[in-house]
Design a protein. Structure first.
Length: 114
């Protein structure tokens, strides 16, 4: 693909979509572990509008966090033992995003969006 074709595609994406598509490689990758102590690290500080790729790995069976639930964005993902699970999103407002286990967030974490 020529440089001119790439430029045209980018301009077309901006004109028709309002912004160029964000590639997964452009997202900030944050590793989170589920241990006997819960989700680690917490809190995590990010910027509003910053594309994120959370990679959550459950490293113990001694936890109720066998899945993770987010209120905003609304999602629930299973966390198989020792298998990284990716969650990609872009926070659109400032404040605290809380997440946790499926049992009413007995075990949880916080993403602070500035």
């Amino acid at each position: 693909m020529s440089a001119r074709s790439i430029l045209f595609s980018t301009v077309a994406a901006v004109l028709f979509c309002g912004a160029a598509a964000v590639h997964a490689d452009d997202a900030r990758k944050i590793e989170i572990a589920v241990t006997e102590n819960g989700f680690e690290p917490t809190p995590i500080v990010v910027k509003k509008g910053e594309p994120l790729k959370l990679v959550i790995t459950r490293k113990t069976d001694k936890t109720c966090a066998k899945s993770v639930v987010f209120d905003d964005p609304k999602l629930k993902k299973a966390l198989p033992l020792n298998e990284p699970v990716e969650i990609a999103f872009t926070p659109s407002k400032s404040g605290e995003l809380k997440y946790g286990c499926a049992m009413g967030k007995m075990i949880g974490g916080i993403i602070r969006v500035e």
